[in-house]
Design a protein around this ligand. Sequence first.
Ligand SMILES: Cc1ncc(COP(=O)(O)O)c(C=O)c1O
Length: 414
Amino acid sequence: MSEDQAVPGNLAVATALREGVETPAYVYDLSEVRANLARLRSALPERSGLYYSLKANPHPHVLAALREGGARAEVCSPGELDAALAAGWPADTLLYNGPGKRDADLARALRLGVREFSVDSPHALDQLDAVARAESVQVRCLLRINDDQPEPGQGLTMTGVTSQFGADVGWVLAEPARFGDRDHVEVVGLHLYMGTNLAGVDELLAQFARSLATAAKLRAEGFRVDVLDLGGGFGAPFGKEGGAVDLAGLREGLHDLLDEHAPGWRGGAPEVVFESGRYLVGTAGSLVTAVLDVKRSHGRDVVVLESGINHLGGMAGLRRLPPLNPTLVHSAGVGPAEPTVVAGPLCTPLDTWSRGARLPRLRPGDLIAVPNVGAYGLYASLVAFLGQPCPVEAVVDGDRLVHTSRLDLTRVPR
Ligand SMILES: Cc1ncc(COP(=O)(O)O)c(C=O)c1O
């Protein structure tokens, strides 16, 4: 960065820029990842397990910090499996999830030593059984349940509605034999992941109360519940300023609910586990990107950045979700804040983060930071769309730069 460039964002961003990291760059702060893990652990029951969901951010240094901190790993693709193994998690500690799995991918996972899966249907049980038989192994699985109603307040509802995730409670109760053990598959527990990004403790407790009541109902009907995966939904700000969601009272509330619905949990029967992606890493990442061009068009300021929907919010860019409209942290610019169109460099009008961000007059070369994009940032973006290079990924630990890399996209099919 040049001498006269103002630094937007937090200490991690300042550290990366001071060390000469080029933009656009995702900056991940391992000290914040560790702090989030400690915060979430202390909000969950002491004897519970916690899986990190790699979909949020599979960067190797992020994974290493979480593994060293005692998180387990939840994966749902061959790529995530490889990332978890490379980060040092033993294969037989992983949970392999997902509503549709290819035979070849299951077989490979078994050969690599994975032994625990979440399944979503009788067919998925039969498929896992057939693949496990061919590989001559025994596996355990959790039966994913789609509850009867969605829980209000979810950022993204995954169950309680018609869904590819899980088997409806009513179906499971009506045809229990179809959801039972197979020769090579033991159904050891239940998996209830209802949705993501719940706003606070009240919403989380309401969701866990519902899941626990459903699990108790299934146990009363004879379903085995040695393992009870209660999912998560622990929220985090995305592309907006703010800190980790306050989880005060969650542990006590969970203790009461577990005592009521899952007596025995204190002795490990059932073993209670949770899953989290965004809470653990969301606040640990920022995207720093430079202004490439500034102009007026039809009476409005237009700013073109190095980054657009290819680096952040890709799915929103394609209008599958509401436009991202992220917070843009800046420390440059002159004059009053004016509504500004903020676009990326791609040759499509869809590459627009905001049509009315309130920004002062920026100049080419000024830097912008988008806070709290450590989860579902780069890895949920359209990086292969329109051939721009990937941003740098810079890993800092407090005020120390520890690693930089750039994903290498092979653009030419071979
Ligand atoms: C089964 C399952 N577990 C965990 C997660 C992680 O969610 P979050 O990042 O909101 O914690 C998801 C997200 O879709 C999921 O589907």
